[in-house]
Design a binder for this molecule. Structure first.
Ligand SMILES: [Zn+2]
Length: 190
């Protein structure tokens, strides 16, 4: 665990780029690729070689940079099986409950539909890290596009139930300020 480093950076207007790196094996995993250039730059800055790309869902602002980043790095792409037709360059599809082994990382795919039907939260169990894509943000949750409110509630409840409280949560967008403003319209007593 001490050999793991997470590097988070912003890209596009409000997306997050995330790289999870294991110093000992050199394994480096990207979660989503809003734009390839920002990832290429981050990898150069850290001097890391990308091995895998995990995709949370099919929206353009999470996958549009994938082909260019694969071209630049040769990384293998793993994403939701049900969106295989929508995500270019995907090597492997997963379903809810599948595990993938990426170097030393055992990463579990938790299906968290609501924002989209294909949404996967990627849980690096031993490292105590999860990436919730556009399901759970700082102070809020994702907009419901393809699922319904019950589905989103079930997904959020599942994350609450399954993830240990000390889990570090990464997500797809920086919406904290807007979410805080909205939260105050619902409950201003704090
Ligand atoms: Zn989205």
């Amino acid at each position: 665990m001490a050999t793991v480093e997470v590097y988070q950076f912003t890209c596009l207007s409000d997306n997050f780029g995330v790289l999870v790196h294991d110093k000992e094996s050199g394994t480096t995993v990207a979660i989503d690729v809003p734009e390839a250039a920002a990832y290429v730059q981050a990898l150069a800055l850290k001097n890391w070689k990308l091995s895998h790309i995990l995709i949370t869902h099919h929206h353009w602002d999470h996958v549009q940079g994938v082909p260019e980043l694969v071209e630049a790095t040769g990384a293998k792409v793993i994403g939701p099986e049900r969106s295989r037709q929508k995500i270019a360059s995907m090597n492997r599809g997963v379903e809810d409950g599948d595990s993938v082994q990426l170097g030393p990382f055992t990463v579990e795919a938790i299906g968290t539909p609501g924002h989209t039907l294909d949404q996967i939260s990627w849980w690096f169990k031993s490292e105590g890290i999860v990436h919730t894509g556009d399901t759970l943000f700082s102070l809020g949750c994702g907009r419901i596009f393809e699922g319904n409110a019950d589905m989103m509630w079930a997904s959020l409840s599942r994350l609450m139930r399954d993830l240990p409280p000390e889990t570090r949560i990464y997500c797809g967008h920086e919406y904290t300020l807007a979410n805080a403003r909205f939260a105050l319209t619902i409950d201003s007593s704090q």
